[in-house]
Design a protein around this ligand. Structure first.
Ligand code: SAM
Length: 322
């Protein structure tokens, strides 16, 4: 077969590359990189505006957009109603929390932003001595802004008789630090009520999404507590736990424990920055393709964003009228 390239057909005519060639190739490479970066930035801006459009309130957006670190845009998917304290979570709390766990006791709710219902009214009906709701962002149900991995520093050890933490621990990258804080702020004999998502539950933000826990994980993580109730969420993949801190508490070592991560799609000890970047790229490409291939999906996304906006307005209204 004859080669089509005249220079390669006549290698004698090939001249070595000169400085001009090198400059031209360099310029072409730079232009290509710049074009790719511009295209990527457009995708990024599009996703960021999608993200902003879906945020529940501006405070939430501001706090999370300034606290973005390496994974700002990994969570353009926003939670729908089923992602937050669902009716089964509320029923679990109502059934498991007894008056003696609550009455006149110091209660803290971690990740307390009330979006779609919360256990606060159930607990307050049992007359706690003191109830404080903490979250990363201000809003309904939030009394103090505090990171869940900073609780001991903010409140001190052994300060609360009841710790409630619903639908939060799947969202914290350093789950060990948060679990340790939840355990340490409890007084010996105090109660922890925790709900979270299990493998099979879809990826959702708030502000990020990292982990899934099953019942075996809960048994391992709380092997230093007395587990009083441990059950699956009857409505969707999830797990509910009630556990008591023993009088003599010695914290277990979880440094080697692996959890299922929605970022790495396998069990992992930690999520590395590299895993997040790979996830971001995969995720963006999938979303882009979905919106190109399925315009109906785009319409549905817009409709969901509109519903969320309406919900935000309703929350703001409720906040103002309080
Ligand atoms: C899915 S929402 C659940 C809200 C509420 N607990 C419920 O059950 O409906 C997760 C909440 O956890 C909060 N959150 C996420 N990471 C947190 C952290 N490191 N410290 C404190 N709160 C956090 C988010 O701001 C958000 O309000």
């Amino acid at each position: 077969m004859r080669c089509l390239c005249p220079k390669l057909r006549n290698p004698g005519r090939l001249r070595p590359l000169g400085g001009g060639h090198v400059v031209a190739v360099g310029l072409a490479a730079m232009l290509t990189v710049a074009a790719c970066r511009a295209a990527w930035a457009r995708v990024d801006r599009g996703l960021a505006s999608l993200l902003r459009a879906g945020r529940r309130n501006s405070a939430f957006a501001t706090a999370h957009l300034t606290n973005v670190g390496t994974c700002r845009t990994i969570t353009p998917v926003l939670a729908s109603e089923g992602d937050m304290c669902n009716s089964a979570c509320i029923d679990f709390g109502r059934t498991e929390l007894r008056r003696e766990d609550v009455q006149s006791k110091a209660v803290i709710e971690v990740g307390s932003l009330d979006l779609n219902g919360s256990l606060r009214s159930v607990v307050e009906a049992m007359r706690p001595g003191h109830y404080v709701g903490v979250d990363l962002v201000p809003g309904p149900g939030v009394d103090t802004i505090c990171d869940a991995s900073d609780l001991v520093r903010a409140f001190g050890p052994c300060r609360f008789d009841l710790v409630i933490c619903t639908e939060v621990v799947e969202h914290v990258r350093d789950w060990r630090a948060v679990m340790s804080n939840l355990k340490l702020i409890l007084r010996p004999g105090g109660t922890l009520l925790l709900t979270t998502r299990a493998p099979g539950f879809h990826f959702h933000g708030y502000p990020y999404d990292f982990w899934r826990y099953d019942q075996t994980d809960m048994q391992a993580i709380f092997s230093d507590f007395a587990i009083e109730a441990l059950e699956p969420d009857p409505l969707m993949p999830g797990v509910f736990l009630k556990a008591r801190k023993p009088a003599t508490f010695a914290e277990n070592d979880l440094s080697h424990y692996e959890l299922y991560s929605v970022i790495t799609r396998r069990s992992a000890r930690d999520v590395r920055d590299r895993d997040i970047w790979v996830f971001k790229i995969r995720y963006r490409i999938r979303r882009l393709l979905t919106s190109l291939i399925r315009p109906r999906e785009r319409l549905r996304q817009r409709e969901r964003a509109r519903l969320r906006q309406r919900e935000r307005a309703r929350l703001r209204q409720r906040e103002r009228s309080r």
